[in-house]
Design a protein around this ligand. Structure first.
Ligand code: NCD
Ligand code: ZN
Length: 348
């Protein structure tokens, strides 16, 4: 049995850091394990342009623990009035590494997102020219579509035509939750990739209703049936280079999750690496872990792999995972997969 593993330091290709007290509370959990992270722009108000991204990056750097080498990779929030020239300037300055498409109404703080995809085609054409990736929240919001079908229908109705119209645009289908999403990515050219979260690799939709309503397993896209979870595990443990880790760690204060209308989002940063290592061990594929956590992402984004190594150790007893973290006067519950985790990072 493998009990020790050295891999290149991982990156997180989809992360919510928020702002203010929450930023200060969650950032150390990411900076402890990850070299870089693609930082989501769905603040209130959203991070739409160059200046807002620069100011947000400065706030993140200021909140970093002393000596942390973590590097935030900023993104811009795509709206129907986004300015292609401003986006290009932010990319050329090395400030912004991707643009995020939220269908309006699809998830937390997505109201300023896109209603009609065709309105942003000129901006997408510009991004395609300069090689700036488009990150896609892949869910339709039509009232007649069942929530568990939102991803599949998005792939059919929106993403496939988009892929055909802009073959050179780099597109990442974010937080894939279905076999349909996996099959889509596999069938496309090298400009198409997908991120997958630790929680979607570990839970299926039963977790939401295990013995009662479990708000800390609620996120968007919502977890699907077991056949889908297992397709995700197959995708990440295979040798396909176009799947990489994006935790979608999305902290919300417990009071906002444990409510009559609870927020979507799972906070997983402290346990993300332990979870993913466990998934790979359970699948008998630890030799492919490093590609998923540390190599495939940089390759897609045309960035170097991190220099530093991460040492993972498998203990005989399950590792102790924190139940909550404190953020000002609020608590934030940490993802608990409900099954033991044996892997920990030895060189934090
Ligand atoms: C995210 C959030 O809270 O910002 N929530 C979530 O359930 N994943 C938004 C998102 O990525 O959909
Ligand atoms: Zn997200």
């Amino acid at each position: 049995m493998i009990t020790r593993l050295t891999i290149k330091q991982p990156d997180d290709w989809h992360l919510h850091l928020r702002d203010g007290a929450v930023l200060g509370a969650v950032l150390p959990d990411t900076a402890r394990h990850f070299g870089r992270a693609i930082v989501m722009p769905n603040l209130v108000p959203p991070v739409v342009g160059f200046e807002a991204a620069k100011a947000y990056r400065d706030r993140i750097l200021k909140a970093l623990p002393d000596g942390a080498g973590f590097k935030p990779l900023m993104t811009l929030y795509l709206t129907e009035t986004s300015d292609g020239a401003d986006i290009a300037r932010a990319a050329e300055a090395g400030l912004v590494h991707a643009v995020k498409l939220y269908p309006a109404g699809a998830t937390t703080n997505s109201d300023a997102g896109v209603r009609n995809i065709e309105t942003v085609y000129p901006v997408l054409a510009r991004m395609s020219e300069i090689g700036l990736p488009l990150l896609v929240h892949g869910e339709v919001v039509d009232g007649d579509v069942d929530i568990f079908d939102r991803e599949k229908i998005f792939v059919d109705r929106i993403l496939s035509p988009l892929r055909e119209r802009f073959p050179d645009l780099k597109i990442v289908l974010e937080h894939i939750t279905t076999r349909d999403g996996v099959d889509f990515v596999k069938a496309q050219n090298a400009n198409t990739a997908g991120t997958i979260t630790p929680h979607h690799l570990m839970i299926n939709r039963n977790a939401l209703f295990q013995g009662g309503l479990r708000p800390h397993y609620y996120c968007l896209p919502v977890a699907k049936r077991e056949i889908h979870r297992s397709a995700l595990v197959d995708a990440v443990t295979s040798e396909n280079k176009r799947f990489f880790l994006g935790t979608d760690s999305a902290p919300h204060p417990d009071k906002d999750k444990e409510s009559a209308c609870g927020c979507a989002g799972i906070y997983s940063s402290p346990v993300a690496i332990s979870c993913v290592a466990q998934v790979f061990e359970d699948a008998g594929a630890l030799e492919n872990l490093e590609a998923f956590t540390s190599r495939n992402g940089p390759e897609f984004y045309s960035l170097p792999v991190n220099d530093a190594d991460m040492i993972l150790v498998r203990d005989e007893d399950p590792v102790a995972v924190p139940e909550i973290i404190q953020a000002g006067s609020d608590t934030i519950t940490v993802f608990n997969p409900g099954t033991p985790l044996y892997w920990r990072v030895a060189n934090e």
